[in-house]
Design a protein around this ligand. Structure first.
Ligand code: GLA
Length: 337
């Protein structure tokens, strides 16, 4: 099998040579003998994606010799008290995937008043003006591009299976209040439209919560409204969204022969891909949990220890895994033995 691209990244501003002045002026933040402590706060600690981010951040802590403080914060109050706790425990900085990106200004203000460095991962903070807070260091996925790959894969599968477009419809499980989620499903829809697929056969199923039950409920409603579709193409913001949709659709008698879904993350669908009888969950765009966990923690460490400011914006890419290749790819990425 040909070797897979390593998770590449590009730092938009650093790439253009626009390293901020602060990076040139900031001295090393801690004395040589002061222990470095870094917080890693995540919004959904039960989701395998975040468990893996923590695992890889833990590897960075071991390799570089710092203390990692892992905190699950599922709402705004928990985020704010997590930041205070980190400061009280002597941390010098933290990486966060917040449960609500609109907490942006509050998180920045609290980090500042507690004198903690801040890097966001996965979900970019939104400012009071409703726009992404570009001055906050961030590492996230190339959401639009990855969504486009999902859309292209779904169309490819539809054609391979010989399904007629007139019998087929798209179920896009959406969570549009989160920018990275909207970019993903918009990207998928764009690629589907670009293939010539009819716009009026693309249906959105908005999730109330970004988890499997949230997707299941949203898709159950859609299926009641559209009883005559023969084949479904399913996309969503991540594996959980597509898994919820697949469960709802299969409950109506659809099978791997009559519909197809492609997730994003690749970390939350392993049990699904391992099932001996294939389901409609065809595959997933595997993101690099290592880049998101290890690299953010490493960037924070060097920022604290050596005063080396990380790039303002780093984006990661992904690779399609299916039943055919997932074992090997997960092994290569250190996710599975
Ligand atoms: C969001 C999603 C996660 C994962 C990350 C990847 O936070 O909720 O499931 O897809 O983005 O950056």
């Amino acid at each position: 099998m040909k070797s897979l691209p390593r998770c590449s990244r590009f730092a938009t501003l650093a790439g253009l040579g626009l390293i901020t002045l602060a990076s040139l002026l900031t001295p090393a933040a801690v004395a040589a003998d002061q222990p470095v402590k870094i917080g890693f706060v995540v919004k959904q600690p039960e989701e395998p994606w975040f468990v893996l981010e923590w695992k890889f951040a833990g590897q960075a802590a071991k390799d570089l010799g710092f203390t990692l403080i892992k905190i699950g914060a599922t709402d705004g109050d928990k985020v704010l008290s997590a930041i205070d706790n980190l400061a009280a425990n002597g941390a010098q900085g933290f990486v966060i995937c917040t449960p609500d990106t609109r907490l942006g200004p509050g998180i920045v203000a609290k980090a500042k008043s507690d004198n903690l460095k801040l890097i966001t991962v996965d979900d970019q903070l939104i400012g009071a003006d409703g726009k992404p807070m570009l001055a906050v260091h961030h590492l996230g996925i190339s959401a639009t591009k990855i969504g486009q790959k999902v859309g292209a894969t779904l169309i490819e599968q539809m054609k391979q299976r010989g399904w007629v477009a007139a019998d087929t419809a798209v179920c896009a499980v959406t969570f549009e209040e989160l920018a990275t989620a909207k970019e993903r499903t918009d990207g998928a829809i764009d690629a589907i439209l670009a293939s010539g697929f009819a716009k009026d056969r693309i249906y959105k199923a908005p999730q109330r919560t970004s988890d499997i039950p949230g997707a299941f409920d949203a898709v159950t409603i859609l299926l009641t409204q559209k009883p005559n579709v023969k084949h479904w193409l399913i996309c969503g913001m991540n594996d959980s969204a597509v898994l919820g949709a697949v469960r709802a659709i299969e409950q109506r008698g659809f099978t791997a022969d009559s519909c197809v879904g492609v997730g994003i993350n690749g970390t939350d669908c392993i049990a699904e891909l391992e099932r001996t009888t294939p389901t409609s969950f065809y595959g997933s765009m595997l993101n690099s949990a290592k880049a998101h966990g290890y690299q953010t923690a490493e960037m924070m460490f060097h920022w604290i220890k050596d005063g080396k400011e990380p790039p303002l914006d780093t984006r990661t890419v992904s690779v399609l895994i299916t039943r055919d290749n997932f074992r090997q790819v997960l092994k290569e990425q250190g996710i599975r033995d």
